[in-house]
Structure formats: C-alpha cells, structure tokens
Design a protein around this ligand. Structure first.
Ligand SMILES: [Zn+2]
Ligand SMILES: [Zn+2]
Length: 146
C-alpha cells in the first residue's frame, strides 16, 4: 500500500515527506495506522550519524490502531489501540526471563534496518528503506511484530 512517511535519505538531512510503499504484514506481524508518535533525540542522533543504514524511516515511539493481521497472530485484534515498543526476539534467555530490553538481538532488530526475517517492508520507488526499532513510526502506517 502507499503511505506517507518522513524519510531520512542522507546523514544530517532534514526529514523529507515522501509517498512510499509499505508491504503487507507477514506472519506474526500486524499493520498499524499511526495516530501519534513521539520525536525523540534518538531519532535525531540516528539521522545525524547514520547508525541505522540510510535511507530509513525513523520514529520509535508510535501509537495507533491495528488495521490488519498477518498470519499466525494471536492476542491482538483489528481495532485494538496500541503503543509500539522496541523489537525483541522473544526466544533468547533475556527475553524468556522478562528482560526484552536486554535481548541478545537488540541492536540487530532495532538498529539494523531490517525486520526479523532479514527483509524490508518499506520502499521508496525501487529503493529499500530501513525500518527503525521494528516500527518506523514516522509514517502514516507501520508494520510491526505482533
Ligand atoms: Zn526515544
Ligand atoms: Zn531476545
């Protein structure tokens, strides 16, 4: 689907509002209509350093409404009002013991630019755009892990 997003194309540049393509939610993922997002200094830092591979859609403090479920999703329904948090693997020891902030794959899943299956959900024309913190909330819609 076509969405609008504030895209970071190059290090240090202002966010640019672009029409981009968002893929359908895959297994264990949901589509969220973003209603609001914080703008945090972490977004500015990544924009100014390229810690996440650019181009990217930043934003990691999103809130919105679930619009569509991918396969295999339980515990989340269409219409749920949700807050988006950081990505975690759900299977490592830290995740299993209730400490997903210390997930062994934290840096990869949140800063690496790709979803858990190592693919992208966001494209600007033919160019892949990095996902940030498993959400990229600087867009009108986001694909996130359930
Ligand atoms: Zn933040
Ligand atoms: Zn983990």
């Amino acid at each position: 689907m076509k969405i609008k997003a504030a895209v970071t194309l190059h290090v240090g540049e202002e966010f640019k509002i672009e029409e981009i393509t968002l893929q359908e939610p895959k297994a264990n993922e949901v589509l969220v209509k973003i209603v609001a997002t914080g703008v945090c200094h972490t977004d500015a830092t990544v924009r100014d350093t390229g810690m996440t591979p650019l181009p990217a859609v930043l934003g990691h403090e999103g809130a919105g409404i679930v619009e569509k479920l991918g396969d295999n999703v339980s515990g989340v329904e269409v219409g749920d009002h949700v807050l988006l948090s950081f990505a975690s693997c759900g299977t490592c020891e830290s995740c299993h013991t209730g400490h997903p902030a210390y997930c062994e794959r934290f840096m990869e899943l949140n800063m690496g630019g790709k979803m858990e299956d190592h693919t992208h959900r966001l494209h600007l024309h033919d160019q892949e755009l990095s996902t940030f913190f498993g959400q990229s909330s600087f867009g009108t819609y986001a694909i996130v892990h359930a």
